[in-house]
Ligand binder design. Structure first.
Ligand SMILES: C[S@@+](CC[C@H](N)C(=O)[O-])C[C@H]1O[C@@H](n2cnc3c(N)ncnc32)[C@H](O)[C@@H]1O
Length: 275
């Protein structure tokens, strides 16, 4: 996917998850003056929502993609509204900050263990999490969030279940991946890194008709992201039905359903740094 298309995907799909992420941010209850690191910051959406929820904090955004950093910087600083933030290109594998710098590290959809070619930072999360602990103050918080589920094909539960049981829907996890590297084992990763008071909470975002053009674009991107490569793993009947209901030119295009209702969830894992 080219760089501009990736940013467009982050923006469109980011809007769909916005209610879930904003509620997760609210649940943090951040004190004034907190120093926050958002890594990877992508298109800067979460930096913006963090600063809108807590105007008296400072947020640093780090991402390996220079064009994401430039885009996020222009978006947040360009409007002249939000100034208590800064941006740095950087790799999560080498967080270039002094020990005990941050009160909160916010890491959403950034720590998926898997191959770099798939956009993952590393095959395992431990060295990154240990480094996050190093740069967080004693008593500070590490929040790791992952997209954890979705229901996007109302009326087609068998079809959706078949599609979700394919490799393309479960990447970067595969049949060789150790169970401990599944994202729902993040609490175990946190225990290994010495974090205390670990808890997890799942936040949902509802998606309901009437859908805007942008919401339809975001949902179509999600269909393609999860299932466009699933053809070899499902029956021909399932594939035919999937193509029919996800083709915008079809009479049965699911996003034209006037009662369309879908949902997606993010699970937030929280751990406290005790040094
Ligand atoms: C799925 S996006 C998530 C962005 C943002 N946290 C969000 O939820 O909207 C993943 C981001 O990770 C960045 N990324 C991939 N590998 C990275 C690495 N090793 N270090 C820092 N950023 C990385 C990509 O450039 C991309 O912006």
């Amino acid at each position: 996917m080219d760089a501009n298309q990736y940013i467009k995907t982050l923006e469109r799909t980011g809007r769909l998850s916005e209610p879930a992420i904003r509620n997760a941010i609210k649940a943090l209850g951040l004190p004034e003056g907190s120093k926050v690191l958002d890594v990877p910051c992508g298109a800067g959406n979460h930096m913006q929502w963090l600063l809108e929820a807590y105007p008296k904090i400072h947020v640093t955004g780090v991402d390996i993609a220079k064009n994401h950093i430039e885009y996020a910087k222009n978006k947040l600083l360009g409007a002249g509204k939000i100034s208590s933030c800064d941006f740095l290109p950087g790799d999560m594998n080498k967080l270039d900050f002094a020990d005990n710098t941050f009160d909160l590290i916010w890491c959403c959809d950034g720590l998926w263990p898997g191959p770099k070619e798939m956009g993952c930072p590393a095959e395992e999360p431990y060295h990154i999490l240990n480094d996050m602990v190093r740069i967080t103050k004693k008593g500070g918080i590490i929040a790791i969030l992952f997209w954890s589920s979705q229901k996007l094909l109302p009326g087609y539960p068998f079809l959706e279940a078949s599609l979700n049981a394919t490799k393309s829907a479960i990447v970067p996890f595969n049949s060789e991946t150790k169970p401990e590297l599944h994202i729902m084992c993040t609490s175990n990763w946190m225990q290994k890194s010495g974090l205390k008071n670990i808890w997890a909470k799942t936040f949902a975002a509802d998606i309901q008709a009437p859908l805007s053009k942008q919401e339809k674009e975001g949902l179509k991107m999600l269909f393609d992201m999860f299932w466009a490569r699933a053809e070899q793993e499902v029956s021909r009947k399932v594939w035919k039905e999937y193509k029919k209901i996800t083709n915008p030119d079809s009479k049965e295009y699911i996003l034209n359903n006037e009662g369309y209702t879908g949902l997606l969830t993010y699970t937030m894992f929280i751990g406290e740094v005790s040094k």
